[in-house]
Design a protein around this ligand. Structure first.
Ligand SMILES: C[S@@+](CC[C@H](N)C(=O)[O-])C[C@H]1O[C@@H](n2cnc3c(N)ncnc32)[C@H](O)[C@@H]1O
Length: 466
C-alpha cells in the first residue's frame, strides 16, 4: 500500500502510535527515535492512512518542527525504531518510502543543562544540542543515561573556554534560582549560586561575532523583583550591552501539566530593532508587575513579541499518578500517616475528613511548612500538584494523600510521577536513587512549556532573523 510522501529531517523524531488501542498521551505510548528517512509502513488501515494523510499535509507548514512519524502496532515493535517492546517476534522490515529535503537543524548550547529537560523540549521542535554544560555530576548521570555525554562538558561555567563552544543559533540558560527564589536568602545575582549568570555573560562577551542570535533565560518569578528589580535590570542591561533586544514573559507549567510552576522566561534577540517599549503587546503572560517593569526601564532595549494564549490543560493530577497496590512499601505505615494527619491544621483536617468519607478516591498533594515554629502539612486539592522543589532540608518532598471509601493512604510522590509532572515521557530513564532523581526533577524545566516557547517564539524568531 503506497503512503503519502512527506519531508522529514534527519535526526530525532517523535514516534506515535496510530491505532486506537495505543493512546498517544505522554504515559509512554510515544517514544523518540532517530530517523534517517521518512518511513511509511505497510499494513495501515485506510482510516489510519486518512489520518496519516492529514498529518502529512500539516508537516510542511510546520517548518522546523520535529516530525511526527505515525506508525502502527507492528512498527512500534520494530527494533529499528529503538522501541523495546518485549516479547515481539521478528518483524517485517519497514518500507522506506522516501527521503528528501534535509533541513538544517538550529543548533543549541544549553548552559545549566541539569538533567536535560530543556534539550528534550527543544529536540522535539527540531533543534540540535551541540554543547551542554553543568557543574553537577549527579545531574550528568541522569543526562548521560538519556542523551549520552558526548556534547556534555562537566564543570563550572566560569571556567569554560568560549572558544570551545561551537557556533549556535540559540543559547539557553536555566541558571540557578537559589539566590532569587523566595525560599533562598535572596542574595540575588551576587549570590554564590545565581551569580553563575555572569558566567554566561562572560562567554557571550568573549564570543563577539560568534554570539548566537537568540539567548533564552529561565528562572523563578522572583528574578523580576530580586533587590527591588535591580537584578533583573542588571541582567537585561548586560544583554542590551551585548547588542541584544530583550523580551520577557511568565509562563506557568500548569497550562500543560498538573503542576503549578510559574517561571520567568527572557528571550534576547540579536539583530532585531529594540528600544523603549512604547506599546507592550497585551498577553496574559505579561502581567501588570512585568509590564510596569518594562515601561519603567526604557534604557533596556526591548523587542516584545505578540504571544498566543497558552493552551488549557486537560490532564489532572490523578492522570499522572502511579497506581501502587495498597501493600506497596512506598505507602507510609499507619503511624507515619497518623503523624502526618496530626500536622494538618483544623481547616485542612476537615478537608481530609471529607475526602476520606467520600465514595470514590480523591487525591491531594501536600508539603510540610514551618508555621509559628511548628512543622505543619497543607493539603492542595485543586487537581494539580504544587511546584516541584529540590529536597534540600527534607521539606522539599511532595506528599500524596489518597482518600475515599473510609480509607486514606499517604506516601511521597515517586520519581516517575515527578518526571511526569515535568512533562517528561515514561521513556525518560531514571536509573538513579529517589533523592538524586528528586534533585534532578525539582530543578528542571517543564518540557511542554519549553516546547511551546520553542514552537511559538524561538522558531518564528529564527525564521524572521533569517
Ligand atoms: C535550575 S537548574 C537547571 C536545570 C535544567 N534546566 C534541567 O532541566 O534539568 C540549574 C543548574 O545549574 C547548575 N549550576 C549551578 N552552578 C553552576 C556553575 N557555576 N556552572 C555550571 N552549572 C552550574 C546546577 O548544577 C543545576 O543543574
Amino acid at each position: 500500500m503506497a503512503g503519502p510522501k512527506a519531508a522529514f529531517f534527519d535526526g530525532q523524531a517523535e514516534i506515535v502510535g496510530l491505532n486506537a488501542d495505543m493512546p498517544t498521551n505522554y504515559h509512554g505510548e510515544s517514544c523518540r527515535a532517530t530517523v534517517t528517512a521518512c518511513v511509511i509502513f505497510p499494513r495501515l488501515s485506510s482510516a489510519a492512512l486518512q489520518h496519516y494523510d492529514s498529518i502529512a499535509t500539516l508537516l510542511p507548514r510546520k517548518f522546523g518542527k520535529l516530525p511526527i512519524v505515525m506508525v502502527d502496532n507492528i512498527a512500534l515493535r520494530n527494533p529499528r525504531l529503538g522501541r523495546a517492546a518485549g516479547g515481539s517476534k521478528p518483524q517485517p522490515p519497514p518500507m522506506v518510502a522516501d527521503c528528501f529535503e534535509h533541513q538544517p537543524q538550529p543548533r543549541v548550547a544549553e548552559f545549566f543543562a541539569g538533567i536535560g529537560l530543556v534539550r528534550l523540549a527543544l529536540e522535539r521542535q527540531g533543534f540540535r544540542v551541540a554543547f551542554a554544560n553543568d557543574i553537577d555530576p549527579d545531574k550528568l548521570e541522569i543526562y548521560r543515561d538519556n542523551f549520552g555525554a558526548g556534547d556534555f562538558h562537566l564543570g563550572d561555567i566560569h571556567q569554560l573556554d568560549a572558544a570551545a563552544i561551537p557556533d549556535c543559533e540559540l543559547f539557553t540558560a536555566s541558571f540557578p534560582c537559589n539566590d532569587l527564589s523566595l525560599a533562598g536568602a535572596r542574595a540575588g545575582l551576587a549570590g554564590g549560586q545565581s551569580s553563575a549568570f555572569w558566567g554566561l555573560v562572560r562567554i557571550l562577551e568573549c564570543l563577539h561575532e560568534r554570539r548566537p542570535p537568540l539567548v533564552m533565560l529561565e528562572n523563578v518569578p522572583g528574578f523580576l523583583n530580586s533587590h527591588g528589580g535591580k537584578d533583573f535590570e542588571a541582567a537585561l542591561m548586560a544583554l542590551t550591552g551585548l547588542g541584544y533586544a530583550c523580551d520577557a514573559f511568565l509562563l506557568d507549567a500548569a497550562h500543560f501539566v498538573p503542576q503549578s510552576r510559574l517561571r520567568m522566561f527572557v528571550v534576547a534577540k540579536q539583530g532585531e530593532p529594540g528600544g523603549p517599549a512604547l506599546d507592550v503587546p497585551i498577553s496574559p503572560l505579561r502581567p501588570t508587575r512585568l509590564t510596569d517593569f518594562i515601561e519603567a526601564h526604557p534604557r533596556i532595549r526591548w523587542n516584545l513579541a505578540p504571544l498566543p494564549p497558552p493552551p488549557m490543560r486537560e490532564c489532572r493530577l490523578e492522570a499522572i499518578l502511579e497506581r501502587l497496590p495498597a501493600k506497596h512499601p512506598a505507602w507510609w505505615s499507619r503511624e507515619r500517616a497518623d503523624y502526618f494527619m496530626g500536622q494538618l491544621s483544623d481547616r485542612h483536617a476537615a478537608v481530609a475528613k471529607e475526602m476520606i468519607e467520600g465514595r470514590s478516591p480523591r487525591f491531594a498533594t501536600a508539603f510540610r511548612r514551618v508555621r509559628n515554629g511548628r512543622s505543619m502539612a497543607e493539603l492542595r486539592t485543586d487537581g494539580i500538584a504544587g511546584c516541584l522543589r529540590t529536597p534540600r532540608g527534607g521539606s522539599g518532598r511532595q506528599i500524596l494523600f489518597q482518600a475515599g471509601g473510609g480509607r486514606r493512604q499517604v506516601r511521597l510522590l515517586t520519581a516517575r510521577e515527578c518526571a511526569r509532572l515535568q512533562g517528561a515521557p515514561d521513556s525518560f530513564k531514571i536509573n538513579v536513587g529517589l533523592n538524586q532523581a528528586l534533585f534532578g526533577f525539582g530543578d528542571a524545566v517543564c518540557v511542554p512549556a519549553v516546547e511551546w516557547i520553542a514552537e511559538h517564539y524561538l522558531l518564528p524568531s529564527l525564521k524572521s532573523l533569517g
